[in-house]
Design a binder for this molecule. Structure first.
Ligand code: SDX
Length: 424
């Protein structure tokens, strides 16, 4: 193993250098404080690796994304979402036998305990579906014991993957005042979700193949993205050995923020606002560049990608194809394309390497499916679920794993004596 030298407080230290399989290089500072008394500071963790992981590789400069070594462009066009779940969680694409068994589990664990339906009655009709999803996922821990061995862990993993889409669909039905629709065992993962969303007792929803394919693509493209905010949250919470359901619930809440998964809802609201305001998209590009304006071009920019997000490229093509096949002419897609055209030639965006990210076009496809805007981040969560689970499992199975407990640099008052209230 190579080392690098560091001089601090008159001491010279040798720190190990870690090199990954794609030549990513990191300085291992795990002994730094013990040997020098100092810590590092990296607000927002833009320069800090929190772990070593074998799940997903991103090269932000080149716009590369691979799940367990497979390029996203190949995964997106040749697999079904349950295959990708298996790949991310267990490390290999399933054989036909493994896939059949895995899908059997996903099919037969889709129902939630009937008692959980009472939870929905307690939510306000205006409850955001992400609030419902995170609390209901945490509530699963009151029905299923924390896993004590691999077999129990795998069963909880299948339960969560299968039930999350039911909770999501039920939260939509609650919001529109329609009765819950139960899953059908003959339907695929994606067909079952759209069935539970849009069937009504009087008329089963016939899932159009073009929308089934689009949903499969969307879930696959969102399935993992290494140490993003919500996945790092799942690892942080899981590091205290809390159960799978509570750890994933924390990830759902982290994803909800408009700077992260909540951006897909904000993109559509932004595009609609531009249209309602007369369609002058140039005005909004100028606002996004204006330091005095809080307005940001939602769906643009990324901490890691300093090139076009490969997922956005695939989604832009899919949006054109799906809307073309449906004969839908969505003005929001046209505005999105105009914004992209201008931004990609404008020095403000070019100099900051701001490109469309996964959230910029995804909402156009969700809209084409009839999914309401406030459900978009739930859709992101359903896609990201296998990634969160894969990282939680990788962290929990790591024999060298320890509770995450970062240090800080204190900047508050120096030591002082309390003055009693009567004398203040
Ligand atoms: C996701 O991490 C992941 O992998 C996330 C994700 C995943 O799959 O898990 O890819 C999913 O969260 C995608 C990102 C979705 N969020 C948005 O689309 C919200 C809009 N984007 C920005 O808020 C921002 O780009 C972030 C949050 C995505 C990234 O923020 P950073 O890395 O902290 O960058 P920054 O805020 O420091 O911006 C750098 C510069 C700043 O200008 P200067 O101070 O240098 O003058 O770029 C500017 C920013 O003002 N900038 C933008 C901008 N994004 C950054 N200016 C206008 N519009 C934007 N969207």
């Amino acid at each position: 193993m190579s080392v690098t030298k560091m001089a601090i407080n008159g001491k010279e230290l040798e720190l190990p250098v870690i090199v990954g399989t794609e030549d990513e290089t990191g300085i291992d500072i795990s002994q730094l404080r013990k040997r020098s008394g100092v810590v590092t500071l990296d607000t927002g963790y833009g320069n800090t690796g929190s772990c070593q992981s074998a799940i997903t590789f991103i090269n932000g400069e080149k716009g590369i994304l691979r799940y367990r070594g497979y390029p996203i462009e190949q995964i997106a066009t040749t697999t079904r979402f349950p295959e990708v779940c298996y790949l991310l969680i267990y490390g290999e694409l399933p054989t036909q036998e493994q896939y059949t068994e895995f899908r059997e589990g996903l099919t037969h664990h889709t129902l939630i305990h009937e008692d959980m339906k009472k939870f929905f009655e307690g939510y306000a009709i205006t409850a955001h579906p992400m609030a419902i999803l995170s609390s209901m996922v945490a509530a699963l821990s009151s029905y299923y014991e924390a896993a004590e061995d691999d077999e129990a862990m795998n069963l909880n993993i299948v339960r969560l993957l299968a039930k999350a889409k039911t909770i999501a669909a039920f939260s939509y039905k609650k919001s529109v005042g329609q009765p819950f629709v139960y899953p059908q065992n003959h339907l695929s993962y994606t067909q079952n979700f759209l069935h539970m969303m849009f069937s009504v007792p009087a008329e089963p929803y016939e899932v159009p193949p073009v929308l089934d394919e689009a949903l499969n693509l969307l879930l696959i493209l969102h399935a993992d993205h290494e140490q993003n905010c919500s996945t790092s949250t799942v690892r942080m919470v899981g590091s205290s050995e809390t159960n799978l359901f509570a750890s994933i619930s924390a990830g759902i809440n982290a994803l909800w923020g408009p700077l992260h998964g909540g951006a897909n809802q904000k993109v559509i609201e932004m595009l609609q606002h531009i249209i309602d305001d007369g369609g002058d998209y140039k005005k909004y590009v100028d606002m996004a560049k204006d330091k005095d304006s809080p307005f940001r071009l939602m769906g643009f920019g990324h901490r890691v990608y300093k090139n076009y997000d490969p997922r956005a490229k695939i989604l832009k093509e899919s949006a054109d194809q799906v809307l073309g096949q449906l004969g839908v002419d969505d003005p929001l897609l046209e505005i999105a394309k105009h914004l992209e055209e201008i931004a990609l030639e404008d020095d403000y965006f070019v100099s900051r390497k701001l490109y469309p990210n996964v959230d910029f076009y995804s909402g156009i496809l969700y809209r084409a499916m009839g999914i309401p805007t406030n459900m978009f981040t739930v859709m992101f969560a359903l896609g990201r679920l296998p990634g969160w689970i894969a990282h939680w499992r990788e962290m929990r199975l790591d024999p060298a794993g320890r509770i995450h407990r970062p240090r800080q640099i204190y900047t508050g008052p120096k030591m002082r004596d309390v003055v009693a209230l009567a004398e203040r």
